[in-house]
Every structure is written in structure tokens, then in C-alpha cells.
Design a protein around this ligand. Structure first.
Ligand SMILES: Cc1ncc(COP(=O)(O)O)c(C=O)c1O
Length: 485
């Protein structure tokens, strides 16, 4: 799939990397380490020679308040970092410099504001979901008030464009001619392709064949093509597509820009994506002040890798009284072995250049969608003697962003799970009560309201991030209902 020239370049780089190990400090024995080669190939290995080191204590909220966890750029307590081959350090440093520059550059910030307003369509409404609120009232007519942050109303139908447009602007500033990205269901791919079309850059999107074959993704493949992007199928799932995209970038560092769609990868990728998504929380704070003169009591977002969650949470991290709740996909259930609940069932390791929680096996090998049953909406699995389809599809990266891992360990955010069944119920509920199709990803966050609402005081203000629209998921929901339960 790579051009011959790129393939040779990649092979050379890989051979080079295979001959050396990254020099990093020791980790706990359970911690997985990526060799330089595995950073590129996307596989990872348990490095048996590293001596164990005791786990750092979770950082306190007091520490959070001082910003001390961000003193070393790209490190979030013991998470994050830049575990990449030396040959990539220069490119990442260039990117970091550019990112730091544009953060302060009024011209760039002005252009970005204009693009967010006039192209993306921001700000998105903070919508009072009155009938959903009524649904959760108890017999005394009491319950929390539920608001939806309508990221589904963004151009291209999801939060992904907030980050894509800003990074394509950076790519252009850096003189890059082409943008490389990886996508799961296609939302990030479509957003990147659109931003590249607007700014006149070439765009290549890598997508796992597990995803390209899904009915819900097919329209996104068509859209990307129409937007002028080249879509390259990669055997496997999103994680394989990500590895291939990184290879594509590494083979053409001077000309191409790797556009990370979520808060993962080596520094500065997680910080950049968080920064560009944090417009979600900033608007929420202002809108909450206008609507009820205060802050929300609870913020809820689904967690695939964490970009829409951090986008909403970041603004409120120091407001200790605001509860931050992330909801992961439990698929068929946490004990089924077919889920993508990294924070509930994962362990710490290094993958795609950063230390974070990961789904891995005893030997530190990444558990891919085939192992945990994600990315297989239309494929039947034999489970408990029955054929059951999974709809835990797009919250499917085997890791989470390092800052999300930090929020878990520090106790600042709470993380729970929702099953396929609960997510589909929540999807249908929002359709019927509010006339809104939420993305199935966001439906995991909505599903958690069932458990949360009965525990909240009357009138508590809850904001759920409706991270994307769910037109693409209608067939999935329909088919899910047809299958034997
Ligand atoms: C609409 C929507 N919500 C949520 C996600 C999960 O990603 P993240 O956790 O980075 O927000 C995706 C991933 O593509 C998505 O398309």
C-alpha cells in the first residue's frame, strides 16, 4: 500500500530501529515497553530485562491545583512521555515548538476562531433536554436537570473537526504538503479530509479493513473520497491503521504531517489534541453561567481514547466541586472478555509512544478488537452458544490518553462502563424523547444516566457531551434489535 520509495524508507528505518532499544527508565514488571521497532510497527513487547520499580503514589488533588503535574511538558504523573526512536525526536520537537508558538500567536488564534465560528459552526448549543430530564424524575417529581453539549451539530457531525482544522492549519504553517491520519469509524478521517480540502493539502487516511467493511463506515469512506482524500485499507482494525499511518509519516517526515485524532501518542500529540478540543469545556462554562448562573455539578463523556472527554473536562479540572465522569464501552459485559474498558481492566504499559493504561495480555501483547470483540458490528460471534453481534465498535483503541490515565489514578475523574445493550437503549431513548440521534459512542455516556440520576439531588445540573450524531448508527441499532439476545 505504501509507495515503493516509502516502503524502502520504512524498511530502512525499521532495520535501524530494530538494532537499538529506547533508553528509558525502568517500570513495574507488568509494564510493557515498546522497542523503537514496535513503536513503528504498532506491536509492542514485554521487555523482560527492565527491573521493577515501585508504583508512584497517585497524585493528590492539591497537586492538581498547582499545575505541578504539567511541569514536565507531556508528562502527567507517571503517564505520557515521548517513547520514540531518536530519529523522530527532531520532528516531534519541531511540532512542539510550532504548537507552543501558535498557542501565543494572535494571528493564528484569530484565524482559528474564525474557522471554528464560520466553518465548524461553533459555538454548539448547551441544550436543556427537558423530556429526558422528566424521564429521570422520581415519584416526587424530583431529579437532576440534564443538558447536552451538542457537538453533533458541528460541521461533519462530531467533535473531531475542532482538532482537525487546527492541526491542518499547523501543518500548512510548517510547510507540509500532505496530511496522514488514521480513523476508526471514519469521523476523524472525514474531519481531516474536510480540513485538508479547505486548506488545500493532500490527505491520506488509513482505515482498518474491519472498519471499512462496516455498513456504518462505508458512507464515511465515500465522503472522504469525495473530499479528495485517499483512503488506504489496512488489514485489521483502528490500532493497525494507526500504526500504518505512523509508518507512512515516518517514511516522509519532511513533506508529511501526522494528524493525531485523539489524545494519545508521544508528546506533544496528547496536549495538542486536548488543547484544541478544550473549546468544548470553555463554551460549557460560559453557557452554564448564562443559563443558570453557575457551574455544572456533573460532566459526563464517553471515553474511547479521551479527546471529547478531556475537551469537556479540561476547563473544569481545578473546580473540585464539579464531578468528572468518563464512560467506557463494556461491550458484552466486563466479564465477557469482549469489551474495550481500558481503565477498568487495563494495565499500565507503553504503546504508540506514551505510557498509559492499555488492554494487554499476560505477556504484554496488545489485545486487539479480535480478542476483545470490538470492531465487529456485523460479524457474528459465538458466545454462550448463541450468535451475538457486538456494537462496541468505535470506542475501540486498546489504550486511553495518558492524561485520562492520570485523572483516573489521581482520583480527579471517575470512570464507569456501559454495555452494548445499555448504549443501544440510551440511543433509542434520546431519539424518542428528544428527537436527537446521538452517536453510539456518546450513547455510552447517556446510558450512565440510568445509574447516576437516582443518586443526584433535585435540580443538580448534569452536562452530557453528545460527541457526535448517530445517523450513521441507525442501521447498527436496527440490526442489534433483530439479533437474538
Ligand atoms: C462521535 C465520537 N465520539 C467519541 C469518539 C471516541 O473518541 P474520543 O474518546 O477520542 O473522543 C469517537 C471516535 O471516533 C467519535 O467519532
Amino acid at each position: 500500500m505504501l509507495g515503493a520509495h516509502n516502503q524502502i524508507a520504512c524498511n530502512n528505518i525499521q532495520t535501524l530501529f530494530l538494532q537499538r532499544k529506547i533508553s528509558i527508565r525502568p517500570f513495574t514488571s507488568k509494564t510493557r515497553i515498546c522497542t523503537a521497532a514496535s513503536v513503528i510497527s504498532g506491536s509492542s513487547v514485554t521487555h523482560k530485562t527492565w527491573s521493577p520499580l515501585s508504583m508512584e503514589k497517585p497524585l493528590s488533588k492539591a497537586l492538581l491545583e498547582t499545575d505541578a503535574w504539567k511541569v514536565i511538558p507531556g508528562k502527567f504523573g507517571r503517564f505520557g512521555g515521548k517513547y520514540v526512536p531518536e530519529t523522530l525526536i527532531t520532528s516531534l520537537k519541531q511540532l512542539e515548538n510550532e504548537f507552543n508558538f501558535v498557542l501565543q500567536d494572535t494571528a493564528f488564534q484569530g484565524e482559528l476562531s474564525t474557522a471554528l465560528r464560520e466553518y465548524v459552526g461553533r459555538e454548539t448549543p448547551l441544550y436543556f433536554a427537558e423530556r429526558l430530564t422528566n424521564h429521570y424524575k422520581d415519584e416526587n417529581g424530583e431529579g437532576p436537570e440534564i443538558y447536552l453539549k451538542r457537538e453533533d451539530l458541528n460541521h461533519m457531525g462530531a467533535h473531531k473537526i475542532n482538532n482537525a482544522i487546527a492541526q491542518v492549519m499547523i501543518a500548512k504553517r510548517m510547510g507540509r504538503k500532505s496530511v496522514v491520519a488514521a480513523t476508526g469509524a471514519g469521523q476523524h478521517g472525514v474531519a481531516t479530509a474536510a480540513a485538508c480540502a479547505k486548506l488545500g493539502l493532500e490527505c491520506t487516511v488509513y482505515m482498518g479493513t474491519d472498519d471499512t467493511e462496516k455498513q456504518s463506515s462505508k458512507s464515511n469512506v465515500l465522503l472522504m473520497n469525495l473530499l479528495g482524500a485517499q483512503v488506504k485499507g489496512v488489514n485489521g482494525s483502528f490500532k493497525d491503521a494507526s500504526s500504518e499511518a505512523i509508518r507512512g509519516w515516518v517514511g516522509d517526515l519532511e513533506r508529511s504531517y501526522y494528524l493525531c485524532g485523539t489524545v494519545v501518542g508521544p508528546h506533544p500529540c496528547p496536549s495538542m489534541v486536548r488543547e484544541f478540543q478544550s473549546v468544548i469545556g470553555k463554551e460549557t462554562r460560559r453557557q452554564a453561567m448564562e443559563k443558570w448562573g453557575g457551574k455544572p455539578e456533573v460532566l459526563i463523556a464517553c471515553v474511547g481514547s479521551g479527546s471529547n472527554a478531556l475537551g469537556l473536562f479540561n476547563e473544569f479540572i481545578k473546580d473540585e466541586e464539579v464531578r468528572l465522569i468518563g464512560v467506557e464501552a463494556a461491550g458484552f459485559g466486563l466479564d465477557s472478555g469482549r469489551h474495550s474498558a481500558t481503565l477498568s481492566r487495563g494495565e499500565v504499559g507503553v504503546y504508540h509512544g506514551a505510557m498509559t493504561y492499555l488492554l494487554q495480555d499476560e505477556e504484554g501483547q496488545i489485545l486487539g478488537p479480535h480478542s476483545i470483540g470490538v470492531g465487529k458490528i456485523f460479524a457474528y460471534f459465538v458466545l454462550k452458544q448463541k450468535h451475538i453481534k457486538s456494537c462496541t465498535y468505535r470506542l475501540e483503541y486498546p489504550g486511553v490518553g495518558p492524561e485520562i490515565s492520570f485523572l483516573k489514578d489521581s482520583g480527579r475523574a471517575e470512570f464507569y462502563t456501559a454495555t452494548d445493550h445499555e448504549a443501544v437503549d440510551a440511543y433509542k431513548r434520546l431519539c424518542r424523547l428528544e428527537g436527537i440521534f446521538p452517536a453510539l459512542e456518546a450513547s455510552h455516556a447517556l446510558a450512565f444516566l440510568d445509574k447516576l440520576c437516582p443518586t443526584l439531588p433535585n435540580g443538580a445540573k448534569v452536562v452530557v457531551n453528545c460527541s457526535g450524531h448517530g445517523y450513521k448508527d441507525a442501521a447498527t441499532v436496527f440490526n442489534y434489535q433483530q439479533q437474538p439476545q
